[in-house]
Design a protein around this ligand. Structure first.
Ligand SMILES: Cc1cc2nc3c(=O)[nH]c(=O)nc-3n(C[C@H](O)[C@H](O)[C@H](O)COP(=O)(O)O)c2cc1C
Length: 211
C-alpha cells in the first residue's frame, strides 16, 4: 500500500507545531511520528508556530474581497504558512492541550485561516480555497485524552466540516506530570502506527479523487 506514494503522487504534509517546548512532550511524540514519515519518504514541512509572528484576526474582512488569494491585511508570517498549506495534501495540527484547546498561536492561525481560506463572509458566498485537504491531530494533555483532548477534537471536526476539509483522525497521549517520563515504548509504537494509518488513509483518498 505504501509504495503508491512515490513520484508525482507523493503525499505532502504540513505540520503545524503549537508547542512552545522544543524538547517537550508533544515534540517527543511528533519526533516518532516524523521518523515514520521519513521511513516512507513522505515529504513534510514542519512549522514551529511560537517562532512565527501570527497576528490575531480582527474580522476586518479584507480577505473576502478577492476570492483567489489569502488577502489578509497583515503582512506577517501567516501568508507564508498559507502558501505551505496550499501546497500540501495533509495538515497535521500538533499541539499540547492548554485550557481544553490548542495553544494561542495555533488558535490565532486557525482564525486567520478560517476567514482567509473560506471566502464565505463577503456580500456573496465564495469558495473554500482549501476544500478537500485532509487534517489530523497529534496532541498531548494532562487529563486522560477522552477528558483532555475531546473538546479540541470536536472543535476541529466542526472546523473541518465548515471549511470543506477532511478530518482523518487523532493521536492523543497523556502526560502524567513533570516527574514522570513522558515517552514510553507504547507511545512510540502508537505514534508510528498512527503515521502508517494516515499514509494508508491518504493514499486511499488520493486514489478515490483520481478515479
Ligand atoms: C498553561 C497550561 C494549560 C494546560 N491545560 C490543560 C488542559 O486544559 N487539559 C489537560 O488535559 N492538560 C492541560 N495541560 C497539560 C499539558 O497539555 C501537558 O502537560 C502537555 O503534555 C504539555 O505538552 P508540551 O510538553 O508539548 O508543552 C496544560 C498545561 C499548561 C502548561
Amino acid at each position: 500500500m505504501h509504495d503508491i506514494l512515490t513520484g508525482d503522487d507523493k503525499m505532502k504534509c504540513c505540520i503545524l507545531m503549537g508547542s512552545p517546548r522544543k524538547n517537550g512532550n508533544t515534540a517527543a511524540l511528533l519526533k516518532m511520528f516524523i521518523e515514520e514519515l521519513e521511513l516512507y519518504q513522505v515529504e513534510y514541512d514542519l512549522i514551529w508556530l511560537y517562532d512565527k509572528q501570527i497576528e490575531s484576526c480582527v474580522a476586518c474582512r479584507a480577505c473576502q474581497k478577492d476570492w483567489t488569494i489569502f488577502g489578509c491585511r497583515y503582512h506577517d508570517d501567516a501568508q507564508q504558512i498559507f502558501d505551505k498549506i496550499n501546497a500540501c495534501d495533509v495538515i497535521i495540527l500538533a499541539t499540547p492541550i492548554y485550557s481544553w484547546y490548542c495553544t494561542p498561536p495555533m488558535k490565532a492561525l486557525m482564525d486567520r485561516l478560517v476567514y482567509g481560506m473560506n471566502k464565505y463572509y463577503g456580500d456573496e458566498k465564495g469558495p473554500s480555497l482549501w476544500a478537500g485537504k485532509q487534517v489530523a491531530i497529534i496532541t498531548t494533555c494532562g487529563y486522560k485524552p477522552e477528558k483532555g483532548a475531546d473538546l479540541f477534537e470536536e472543535g476541529i471536526k466542526r472546523y473541518c466540516k465548515h471549511s470543506q476539509l477532511k478530518y482523518i483522525g487523532i493521536l492523543a497521549e497523556r502526560d502524567l506530570g513533570y516527574k514522570s517520563k513522558f515517552i514510553t515504548e507504547d507511545k512510540i509504537e502508537r505514534a508510528k502506527t498512527f503515521a502508517k494509518q494516515l499514509i494508508d488513509i491518504c493514499t486511499i483518498n488520493e486514489n478515490i479523487k483520481a478515479d
